[in-house]
Design a protein around this ligand. Structure first.
Ligand code: DP6
Length: 320
């Protein structure tokens, strides 16, 4: 059987973060989160029958352990299927600190569903992908998506917010020579031991509501302000963890954050967000993105910079 199924999913950046699990087995988050799907970064994944589950990313063999566990979860919970060769093309700069696990597990879930002719709704795909990686729940949807934390397996899934033509852009700063030392799963478990964790969860609930209002009102400054506060407070939890406190920030992170503040004081629309790595993503408008990119390049000539804009939902790709 040489049947192949292929799907594409874009990565997403959380503006209200997922940073903690209330159920590790089901991958239920402690908070609802809200993201923007990005047009420029995506994963295309093809699956075909193999001798055992194997994984190739950009033509390189990878340790298949994590996807093998996920495929076994699908075999046991949705329907059995043979061992798969998973061939992924990752158009996400590996060092960009953009969760490539989000687009990867979303594309894989969709490809496996297509391979097996499973007729699943977007909601069901989102719920299944959650078991591979939490941030993947949000990568099926165009534009802004919300992942409802839920109380059980059934109620924890993502969906798109109403479409908007908001001219938002992201300037992604890729700090060279970055290796991710603390995985997001481990990082969030540590963060949950911070004495400030409960307060962050409480504030996040509020910010999740305010963010949706700011998106509906197309208030870019408010969106940026809320996202920056949510993210910086999340990173403060890592520093105040009682179990193995740590930080993803390095000197370059601090320098870029200072620059973002300086740009804002000079009247630009510029707010920062960061995920499980040192790289800063600057939230701005499509009008100002190129100017901000140029200013960053001028201040930090070694920095790799990319502009990202709102992206589409997942899609299936026809084999020819
Ligand atoms: C900081 O989705 O990578 O990017 O569910 O353990 O795979 P797992 O975690 P993951 O965590 C992403 C964390 C984040 C914030 C976010 O994307 O919401």
């Amino acid at each position: 059987n040489d049947k192949t199924a292929t799907a594409k999913a874009h990565t997403n950046i959380a503006l209200i973060k997922y940073w903690g699990k209330k159920d590790r087995e089901l991958n239920l988050p402690t908070t609802s989160s809200l993201s923007l799907t990005l047009n420029e970064f995506y994963t295309i994944t093809a699956v075909t029958e193999g001798k055992e589950d194997t994984l190739l990313i950009n033509n390189m063999m990878q340790d298949p352990k994590r996807i093998h566990q996920f495929l076994d979860f699908l075999r046991q919970n949705v329907g059995d299927f043979p061992p798969l060769t998973v061939i992924s093309r990752n158009m996400v700069p590996t060092s960009a600190g953009l969760a490539s696990s989000a687009s990867s597990f979303a594309a894989l879930t969709a490809a496996v569903a297509k391979y097996n002719d499973w007729d699943l709704s977007e909601k069901e795909l989102s719920r299944l992908a959650r078991r591979g990686s939490g941030s993947a729940t949000r990568s099926f949807f165009p534009g802004f998506a919300v992942w409802h934390e839920g109380t059980d397996d059934e109620s924890s899934f993502a969906e798109a917010l109403p479409a908007t033509d908001l001219p938002i852009a992201l300037v992604v700063c890729e700090i060279a020579g970055t290796v991710k030392k603390v995985s997001s799963s481990d990082g969030m478990m540590r963060a949950m031991t911070s004495p400030n964790y409960a307060a962050w969860v409480e504030e996040s609930k509020q910010q999740f509501e305010e963010m949706q209002a700011a998106i509906a009102a197309k208030d870019l400054a408010k969106i940026g302000e809320l996202a920056e506060k949510n993210a910086l407070d999340m990173h403060a939890l890592n520093l105040t963890a009682t179990d193995r406190r740590f930080t993803y920030f390095n000197q370059m992170t601090q320098d870029i954050l200072a620059k973002v503040k300086e740009l804002r004081q000079a009247g630009f629309l510029a707010y920062a967000t960061l995920d499980a790595g040192p790289n800063v993503k600057i939230i701005t408008s499509q009008d100002q993105a190129e100017t901000i990119q140029a200013k960053l390049k001028e201040a930090f000539p070694k920095l790799r910079l990319e502009i990202a804009t709102p992206g589409p939902g997942f899609s299936y790709i026809k084999e020819d």
